[in-house]
Design a binder for this molecule. Structure first.
Ligand SMILES: [Zn+2]
Length: 155
């Protein structure tokens, strides 16, 4: 795929996101019953985990990271880098249409929220201060991600 840059992110946030390969839609009650409280709070209520608290924060072993809610592949460990922020950070999604972008004006800032494009789970935010060549830093909650080997949710 073509490498995404900040202009692409802004274009998606302003003019609409790429079409996902599939959609997973559930009611709020269904998500509540499927997820732990912390997973529900972050992915379905746009929460943020405490920095340096996440299990994926300092792990760089090869593998794919999937959405905690719908298991769609989102990021490859090959583009994971240590941003020093305390949240898992990536420079690119695995596929252009894996991620959905929306402007977020909360907390008096304009940021770009990133969500799973399949099930709308809140993942984190993307910033234009990442390493070259993409210049992107996807700052993602560990709770929103699962390493692919794991097939069951931790309860
Ligand atoms: Zn998802």
């Amino acid at each position: 795929m073509k490498m995404l840059n900040w202009n692409d992110v802004i274009r998606f946030a302003n003019h609409g996101n790429p079409t996902p390969d599939r959609r997973v839609e559930k009611t709020d009650e269904e998500w509540k019953s499927l997820l732990t409280y912390e997973q529900y709070r972050i992915t379905r209520r746009k929460g943020t985990e405490a920095p340096f608290s996440g299990e994926h924060c300092s792990i760089y072993e090869p593998g794919l990271y999937t959405c905690t809610c719908c298991e769609t592949e989102l990021f490859d460990s090959g583009v994971k880098f240590n941003s020093g922020t305390g949240w898992p950070s990536f420079t690119q999604p695995v596929k252009e249409n894996a991620i959905k972008y929306e402007k977020d004006g909360s907390f008096g800032m304009v940021r770009v929220e990133v969500m799973c494009n399949t099930c709308d789970a809140h993942l984190g935010h993307v910033f234009p201060d990442g390493p070259a060549p993409s210049g992107l830093r996807y700052c993602i909650n560990s709770v929103s991600l699962q390493k692919k080997e794991e097939t069951t949710h931790e309860k």
